[in-house]
Design a binder for this molecule. Sequence first.
Ligand SMILES: Nc1ncnc2c1ncn2[C@@H]1O[C@H](COP(=O)(O)OP(=O)(O)O)[C@@H](O)[C@H]1O
Ligand SMILES: [Mg+2]
Length: 297
Amino acid sequence: MLEKVTDPEKTERQAGQDKPEIHVDIERSAEPEKYRAKREGVFKLEQVSVDYNGALAVSEVSMDVWRNHITALIGPSGCGKSTLIRSFNRMNDLIPAANVEGRILYHGQDLYGDDIDPVEVRKRIGMVFQKPNPFPKSIYDNIAFGPRVLGMEGDMDETVEKALTGAALWDEVKDRLDSNAFGMSGGQQQRLCIARCLAVEPDVILMDEPCSALDPISTGKIEDLMLELKNDYSIVIVTHNMQQAARVSDLTAFLIVELDADEKHRFGRLVEYDETEKIFTNPSDKRTEDYVTGKVG
Ligand SMILES: Nc1ncnc2c1ncn2[C@@H]1O[C@H](COP(=O)(O)OP(=O)(O)O)[C@@H](O)[C@H]1O
Ligand SMILES: [Mg+2]
């Protein structure tokens, strides 16, 4: 069983209804050690490799993901970003060819342990995809779907309002909750998908290029929303947009595509993982520098 993760501060805030301020920790870059000591782990990846029918897609990634932080995964197409993020909530289980090696600890528990229920994992660790994928149902039923399936207790109207408010969508849709979600704009549909995640009270939200199908205004709204959501959730985002990683994330992991010894097979590897500011202004690895300065794509 996964233990329920509780956040006393979050409960207190919700009880008091006072909206938390967006947390921008300027001190962070000045005193990383001090900041790091305050960080609380959500995921610990130990030598995680994923292959598809034996063909390595991403090799030996080790990294920590911190609570109430936004962690970005960047790197060229095919370096295994989607593969890696899918391993964070066992979404790879749904791809028969995929095989995950190494270890992922989630709040200290082995995420792939025998006693862990993958359905419970995907409830706790929600996912938003590149293309918004609402159900062909009303806005209300899209949100109510998860809580109903999971038999969650409580007033459904309240649950729906809370999730839509949390995804910065309530004011736009409160008068048309019964209309079909397909009638919404792309940006609204993506916020609906985020609201659908929130409705089942997750701990982590994974986002795989959530803005790549959206216009700049909708993208800006999702980015603002992410900064808001990190007060209550931990977020991992894959993005091919480096400006986006620089704007929203606290930490950035840069992956590359490498060729194996016989130069036949390509696989992804983690080059550098650090504070976003460091990755973009003073990276430790030349390959990171070439990528973030646009010398190589
Ligand atoms: N479902 C799958 N079945 C087989 N191979 C896959 C599958 N998904 C991804 N791959 C392969 O894994 C590698 C990494 O892909 P992916 O994780 O999608 O990279 P990225 O998201 O960084 O573009 C690629 O070589 C890709 O062809
Ligand atoms: Mg991808």
